[in-house]
Design a protein around this ligand. Structure first.
Ligand code: ZN
Ligand code: ZN
Length: 592
């Protein structure tokens, strides 16, 4: 496979038109055509070697094959990636378009990240939750573009790999963390339903003969028992490993690995230290702003009651305002009604062109997607299914007790609900995504940068209020800051827990006393901080970069700066790291 690949690469280099055009003069990007071809080859090779990832992004070419997480496979991939990297080095970035230099760096980041993951991070040793075959089977079963029988044939082929998959998974584990072991047990148990119910039901409903059904069922039962064995193995490990450092390790990544992972994940112009310091300073600024608005509002809501010292007053004000929320049965209609209002505001203030040909559909979260804890989410079409609808999923409140419903509605009170809609829909995730999908470039849509995506949604919240959304009411600003504080504390929490040994008590205290969160929210966040690393930073990191870029553009362009053109230009590059957009914009300013 490696030989073939190298052959293909050299073949493309030789036959690419630019090679023959020999710089007849005007084309400043002489290697660009060749680079475009190389990108296609690169993506093809990534999918060939990552069939599960391909499937998750809607490329069904390799569905029959389940990727075995073996050492041999890692080595083979490292080999392929090495030759891709060598080919990438042959391009002089001056000879490809600026948009393609972004791609080149994204590709290089990906290859280096994989290399580092194999040799340094090694999560395949300590994270048993990395091993779970459920999702892939679920996606294939749900692929309604092909007949049920065809789906079951693919599933039957794929099932044959499962026993080996779990044997290899077990042998990969070396001192896994207790937290990730717990998660591995939980999530693999969660997948059992697919094999015990969904697939058997589909087999029964199919037009296969009894003989054919028997064969699939046979593959199914072997896969199922290997999965159960894995769960059992992890459960035993959990029982025998309590406080035993020879069999478990800490979930805390430590500074060295954390910093490197941050670099690969964020691809930010700021270092971990810079972002952490900015978050610390920002927390203090936010608290001061919140105190200011609380003072302004005090007599309106508390009359002559004496205002307590410090953040206690802010908490009282937030609790009082939170009582103003919609009725449980009005939750989804309220969200639906707000979307056109946000659109109208964007138009009226001339902030961004919104493409009305790509409408957003607000719907109740489908049953199979519920239970993840998220009350609202955007369901975006993937790079292989661009014309699919964009859904704004909102989970209706019928599954909650009256107390839980009340607590939830206070959290998403009259003001926060508007900020949520700004974040998820307009001008946040949905609007950004419409722009991103117009960039016809698979590299940019496959390797999306989360800091840019979440950063834009967080930036949008502040920008809307700056432009007068909510009529500058102190209530709106106070609630905005409560929400904004969450992104800031996420960063402080992540770094402190992963690198500075922050205890659970200190973490919960921070979130409740300085973040005004409920204890349920704080507990959930602590859990996330033990299970993920650097992910909680993407909101604040991206926001900080985008805001800084905007201020930089304002300074550079002076009177020529237009907020609308800035937004449209910024979004036109796709979901790529902010620092690359920054570099291109800066270069263009100089030409101007
Ligand atoms: Zn209420
Ligand atoms: Zn978001």
């Amino acid at each position: 496979m490696k030989k073939n690949l190298l052959f293909l690469i050299s073949f493309l280099m030789i036959t690419s038109p630019s090679f023959f055009s020999c710089n007849t003069s005007k084309n400043p990007y002489s290697q660009n055509d060749s680079f475009e071809n190389f990108k296609k080859l690169f993506i093809e090779s990534i999918w060939k070697n990552n069939s599960d990832w391909a499937l998750a992004l809607g490329n069904h070419e390799y569905d029959e094959r389940l990727e075995i997480p073996s050492k041999e496979n890692r080595i083979r991939k490292l080999d392929v990636y090495k030759s891709l990297n060598d080919s990438l080095q042959k391009y002089d970035w001056k000879n490809i378009t600026p948009e393609n230099t972004i791609d080149a760096r994204i590709m290089m980041n990906f290859l280096e990240y994989y290399n580092w993951s194999c040799y340094e991070l090694k999560s395949f040793e300590w994270n048993p939750a990395e091993y779970n075959v459920g999702e892939g089977f679920d996606l294939i079963l749900g692929n309604s573009k092909i007949s049920l029988e065809r789906r079951l044939q693919i599933i039957s082929e794929r099932l044959r790999y499962v026993p080996e998959y779990y044997i290899v998974s077990r042998s990969n584990l070396r001192r896994p963390t207790r937290e990730h072991t717990e998660l591995g047990i939980l999530q693999n148990k969660g997948s059992l339903e697919i094999f015990e119910k969904n697939i058997p039901d589909s087999i029964k409903a199919s037009k296969f003969s009894e003989e054919e059904k028997k064969e699939i069922n046979n593959n199914l039962s072997q896969a199922l028992s290997s999965m159960k064995e894995y769960i059992e193995y992890l459960s035993k490990l959990q029982l025998t490993s309590i406080n035993d450092s020879t069999t478990t390790r800490s979930f805390r990544l430590g500074e060295v690995l954390y910093k490197k992972k941050f670099q690969f994940e964020m691809q930010s112009c700021f270092s971990v230290e810079e972002i952490f310091q900015k978050a610390k300073d920002h927390k203090i600024e936010i608290h001061n702003e919140m105190l200011g608005y609380t003072k302004k509002l005090w007599s309106k809501y508390f009359g002559s009651t004496v205002m307590p010292e410090g953040l206690a007053a802010v908490k009282m004000m937030i609790d009082t305002l939170s009582i103003q929320h919609c009725a449980p049965n009005q939750f989804i209609p309220t969200i639906k009604n707000q979307i056109p209002e946000l659109e109208a505001f964007i138009k009226q203030k001339n902030l961004l062109t919104l493409d009305s040909s790509r409408p957003l559909e607000v719907r109740e979260t489908p049953m199979y997607m519920r239970g993840g804890g998220a009350g609202a989410s955007i369901n975006a079409p993937g790079p292989y299914d661009k014309n699919a609808k964009t859904y704004y999923n909102v989970t209706p409140l019928d599954g909650y007790t009256p107390e839980e419903t009340e607590s939830y509605l206070r959290e998403y009170n009259n003001w926060i609900l508007q900020i949520l809609n700004i974040h998820e829909a307009i001008p946040g995730h949905y609007a950004q995504l419409v722009y991103s999908n117009k960039v016809d470039d698979l590299i940019k849509s496959i390797f999306q940068n989360n800091a840019m995506i979440e950063g834009w949604a967080v930036y949008g919240e502040r920008m809307m209020l700056e432009e007068g959304y909510g009529n500058n009411s102190p209530e709106m600003w106070l609630m905005f800051y409560k929400w904004h504080l969450r992104a800031t504390l996420n960063t402080l929490l992540d770094y402190s827990v992963q690198c500075l040994n922050m205890s659970k008590d200190d973490a919960i205290n921070l979130l409740i006393n300085e973040g005004f969160q409920t204890s349920a929210e704080a507990e959930g966040k602590w859990r996330r901080a033990t299970l993920t690393q650097t992910q909680l930073c993407c909101y604040f990191t991206g926001y900080t970069e985008i805001y800084a870029l905007r201020e930089d553009q304002k300074n550079m362009l002076g009177n020529n700066f237009s907020l609308k053109s800035f937004h449209e230009k910024f979004l036109s590059y796709g979901s790529v790291p902010v620092k690359y957009i920054w570099e291109i914009m800066k270069a263009e300013d100089k030409i101007r």
